[in-house]
Ligand binder design. Structure first.
Ligand code: FUL
Length: 635
């Protein structure tokens, strides 16, 4: 039969649903079609609904940091450093598409304030760079490439600006809003506008070189900024303060809670709740899972061997999209302005596996029957039509939907979607299977269906029937999709090689003094083994032979541990003879607690050294100890 309850009839229905949830009515009260039940709880806005369906898209961190080998620029960088030799927006977009990504968000301005578009609002922008003799526009060129490839386009605009003298004053807010206005009016339709939560700290600030602290909600007036975006770009979702359309998932490691409810209480963001969401929260404020394909957000040659494998990307796909969030995967272009070969290989293998796994919905052609439904909608969960859905009556809170499968149907993955305009009705559900004449056997039980839920079975099954069963629900369930797949694993890539000759090999290094034992854990390549020390932490390394060092690297533990956090600051000294020491560098690690990426700290000038002494006065966030996974050095 044809779709009876479609999105259009639903929309019409839901307008009247609040007044009378169940009474069938039509024009002038004629009983023509079944009324839909009232939505339960918070529901998404039209722009959020569209955004949920984008599922996965690329982040592109590209800026002056790509050329200074940093994660956070101080704001005093010379724009002439930005000089991509072979910027290829189509190659970047092709890499995203190879990974199955359906959109791209570019860092139009990161915390250092350098703008990738030719704005007249500041000279600290691409007009002052050698790229195309100052005539280039990275934002516009990438936007055009996205349009050519029919994928969405969005922008990241850091609220924190370490370049601006007026940062912290009302004048800067006018500047920021003017920047936003340019980005929202020059580059066609945007699907997302990204505001970064990192705010305030030390910076160049027009030469002041000082620390500035701001009270972000009061200073930025987020509701007014979000309203500006919505006025200029009605279809764009904003990320991520309270009042924005999308929230942060609470980590930069690529995993959402299981489940990750799209609803939250109407109160300031909390990282733990952000990761799980809150069942029944008043706000539809869904999470986006952001993670980089490499340890850092920007490209660093010494991370060439640490590109996430296709298997790791698939695990993150399951832990983001499969738990109800979108998957926002960062692909940092290298100094040429291209996505490096290893990243492309990993994306391609991951994208191929996703495409192969989800190419054929094995539920199509099954016979669907529901324990209860409104107007014969059972088949709508398997018709492949995103506008139709199965809808159980409001009081059928234990309703189930059974599929009689074609003989020989073999699957190991179940994909479910709820009809979001009617809210998150199902609290938990089970998947049961049965053969002819056999009783039902439960093979999975999960909380939340939501925007998208993936259920992976430990091994393929080929039952005659499979059933979705609401175990606990606030109102009779809906299913926009009940699909079955047989997964295809990504191919395994050969081990990656580090190509960077500036990295000093650690063979022959020894720790000759330290504030705690076990320091050897920092001298291997394994980011899972770590050294922990009470604060202040100190260690002295003997490199075994004299080197000319240009700087050191520190990799924090990836694992978040309340007992030990990465260090906040460093003080490094070096010595040729182990007797006389001189200071090499002192400063703050940037975004270390959240990004957990390798930090590269260049010395002001290369220096001969056989011994290096490092001091870390305190952890980056309150914790009993400091933890460090790896220490390295570069020439
Ligand atoms: C963080 C920033 O500080 C990082 O540099 C990166 O842009 C990430 C996506 O967000 O808060």
């Amino acid at each position: 039969m044809t779709a009876y309850v479609t999105r259009r009839t639903l929309m019409a229905g839901s307008l009247i649903a609040g007044a009378s949830a169940c009474a069938p009515r039509g024009p002038a009260g004629v009983m023509t079609r079944p009324a839909l039940p009232a939505p339960w709880g918070a529901t998404p806005s039209p722009r959020q609904l569209k955004w949920h369906d984008r599922r996965m898209y690329a982040f592109v961190h590209f800026s002056i940091n790509t050329y200074t080998d940093k994660e956070w620029g101080y704001g005093d960088e010379d724009p002439k450093l930005f000089n991509p030799t072979d910027f290829d927006p189509d190659q970047i977009v092709a890499a995203a598409k190879a990974g199955g990504l359906n959109g791209l968000i570019i860092t139009a301005k990161h915390h250092d304030g350098f703008c990738l578009w030719p704005t007249m609002l500041t000279d600290h922008c691409i007009r002052s760079s050698p790229y195309k003799d100052g005539k280039g526009d990275i934002v516009g060129e990438l936007e055009q490439a996205c349009r050519r490839a029919s994928i969405g386009f969005g922008v990241y605009l850091s609220p924190w600006d370490r370049n601006r003298a007026d940062y912290g004053t009302p004048a800067y807010i006018d500047y920021y809003r003017a920047q936003l206005t340019e980005l929202c009016t020059r580059y066609g339709d945007l699907f997302e506008v990204w505001f970064d939560g990192a705010n305030g700290g030390d910076g160049y600030y027009g030469g002041a070189r000082e620390t500035r602290k701001i009270d972000a909600p009061a200073y930025y007036d987020w509701p007014a900024i979000v309203a500006l975006v919505h006025q200029l770009q009605p279809g764009a979702c904003t990320f991520d303060p309270l009042g924005a359309d999308i929230r942060w998932v609470g980590n930069e490691d690529g995993h959402a809670g299981d489940p990750c409810w799209p609803t939250m209480p109407d109160e300031p963001y909390d990282q733990v709740k952000g990761n799980s969401g809150v069942r029944g929260g008043a706000l539809w404020w869904p999470a986006e899972t952001n993670v980089s394909i490499r340890p850092g957000w920007f490209y660093h040659a010494d991370e060439d061997a640490q590109v996430k494998t296709p298997q790791k990307l698939m695990a993150m796909f399951d832990q983001s999209i499969g738990h109800g969030t979108t998957f926002h995967l960062n692909l940092p272009p290298d100094r040429r302005g291209r996505i490096a070969e290893r990243d492309v290989a990993s994306l391609t293998a991951f994208g191929d596996a996703v495409r192969a796994s989800f190419a054929t919905d094995l539920a199509r052609g099954a016979v669907a029957s529901a324990s209860a439904d409104i107007g014969g909608t059972a088949g709508h969960a398997i018709d492949g039509n995103p506008e139709s859905f199965w809808c159980a009556p409001a009081d059928a809170r234990d309703a189930s939907l059974t599929l009689d499968l074609a003989p020989g149907t073999r699957f190991d993955t179940i994909r479910l979607q709820e009809w979001l305009p009617l809210g998150l009705r199902t609290t938990s559900f089970a998947i049961d299977i049965a053969d002819d004449g056999q009783a039902w056997r439960e093979v999975a039980r999960k909380d939340m269906v939501g925007p998208q839920r993936l259920v992976r079975l430990p091994a393929p099954v080929s039952p005659r029937r499979v059933r979705f069963r609401a175990v606990a629900a606030e109102a009779g369930p809906t299913l926009r999709e009940f699909a079955l797949f047989l997964s295809v694993a990504p191919v395994t890539l050969p081990p990656a090689q580090v190509s960077d000759p500036s990295i000093v090999a650690r063979a022959g290094w020894t720790i000759i003094a330290a504030s705690a034992s076990g320091g050897e854990a920092m001298l291997d390549d394994d980011a899972k083994t770590a050294w922990t020390s009470p604060a202040p932490a100190m260690l002295t390394i003997d490199l075994g032979k004299a080197e000319t060092l240009a700087g050191f690297t520190l990799t924090p533990t990836r694992h978040v541990d309340p007992q030990a956090a990465p260090p906040a600051r460093y003080m490094v000294e070096s010595s040729v003879d182990g007797q006389r020491w001189s200071k090499a560098e002192e400063g703050e690690f940037q975004n270390i607690n959240y990004a957990r990426a390798t930090q590269r700290i260049p010395f002001s000038a290369p220096r001969p050294a056989r011994y290096v002494r490092l001091r870390f006065p305190r952890p980056a966030v309150p914790a009993p100890a400091i933890a460090i996974a790896t220490i390295g050095a570069f020439r």
